[in-house]
Design a protein around this ligand. Structure first.
Ligand code: NCD
Ligand code: ZN
Length: 348
């Protein structure tokens, strides 16, 4: 019989896709990230999006001023691309270290994406510049045409947008965020080293039956929508092969419970307190713990051309029951997999 591991020690991970929000919600959720991760790519889709150096500086200072004492955490800022974004400002922000990447939201694809891109042809100048300065482009990969089925939107985006984009800008560095389909896995695997992808814990552990059978689960609702088991299996296989093109990005996206448990609930899953334990669970299920550290802590920084973290973090095998981080009669925030028990516990 193979002896079970009782502890996993890895380099401290980074979160390459995170929504920290703003104001009191940020104050509430930030410590859960800063206690585990050394850095995070901070998404710019605030109600007033982060579209320039001034707003990014202000937002970064607010994040820095709320990091609890004793935590070491570097927010890596992203610039929300609009059809009016100025390539010179983006380059200046990149050179001065304010921006680490640029983010494309197709308009109306997800939370606060109204100012996003309607037609990718309108941003050729910015894309040319990103290619020239090798600034990473983080992409929400879904088409938004109302006639395209919601489950097909990622695969169509690869056909309609990414293929032509990569033909035109072959040296552009792109991160396909929170991939959810076998088509995306295949695309990333068959591309050169200019293309990488983040994978969330929820897309690894759920399929659409978990979302829709025996009652609809608003806390499993996110974009891209959770797909069928075929796609879940493809994502799991991708990480179990140890490919360096896939890396950790939680896409933790908190919304208060009343906004999700609604007749028109919003998309986004708050998973920061559980994400690393879930990834460990999945890697163990796949018999691929040997690739857990590279997925969490090495592939991301290599893709972004940043140093890998030197300090370590430990997970121990200890069952713990997931609780919500706030539960008041007015506001509650539901943690992903609340009420269930996970077997890997992150020791801070
Ligand atoms: C995110 C949010 O709420 O900001 N929602 C989500 O379902 N993932 C936005 C996003 O990354 O699509
Ligand atoms: Zn996101």
């Amino acid at each position: 019989m193979v002896k079970q591991l009782d502890k996993i020690v890895i380099r401290r991970p980074d979160d390459w896709h995170l929504h920290l929000r703003d104001g009191n919600l940020l104050k509430l959720v930030l410590p859960y990230s800063s206690s585990i991760y050394n850095r995070a790519i901070v998404m710019p889709n605030l109600i007033s999006p982060i579209i320039d150096i001034k707003s990014a500086t202000h937002y970064r200072n607010f994040i820095l001023s709320n990091i609890p004492q004793g935590h070491i955490f570097t927010p890596l800022m992203t610039c929300y691309l609009t059809e009016y974004s100025n390539p010179n400002e983006i380059e200046e922000g990149f050179n001065s270290g304010i921006f680490t990447a640029v983010k494309i939201y197709p308009a109306f694809s997800t939370t606060n994406s109204f100012y996003g891109i309607n037609n990718i042809k309108n941003i050729n100048k910015v894309l040319e510049r990103l290619q020239k300065i090798q600034m990473p482009l983080s992409m929400h990969c879904e088409v938004t045409d109302i006639n395209i089925d919601i489950f097909d939107r990622e695969a169509r985006f690869i056909e309609d947008i990414i293929h032509p984009l990569r033909n035109k800008f072959p040296e552009l560095k792109i991160i396909m965020e929170h991939i959810s389909t076998k088509e995306a896995v295949e695309y990333v695997e068959s591309s050169d080293d200019k293309v990488g992808a983040t994978i969330t814990p929820h897309h690894l552990i759920l399929n659409r039956n978990d979302l829709l059978v025996n009652g609809i689960k608003p806390h499993f609702y996110c974009f891209p929508i959770i797909k069928s088991k075929i796609h879940q299996t493809a994502l799991r296989k991708a990480i179990s092969n140890g490919s360096s093109k896939f890396f950790l990005g939680t896409d933790s996206a908190p919304h208060f419970a009343y906004r999700k448990e609604s007749s028109c609930g919003c998309a986004g899953i708050f998973n920061t307190p559980t994400a690393l334990s879930i990834y460990a669970t999945v890697f163990e299920e796949l018999n691929a713990i040997r690739y857990f550290e590279s997925f969490c802590s090495e592939n991301g920084p290599r893709f972004y051309n940043l140093p890998i973290n030197e300090d370590k973090i430990t997970l121990i095998r200890r069952p713990w029951k997931i609780k919500n981080i706030i539960n008041s009669s007015t506001y509650s925030l539901v943690t992903f997999l609340e009420g269930r028990t996970l077997n890997w516990f992150v020791k801070n």
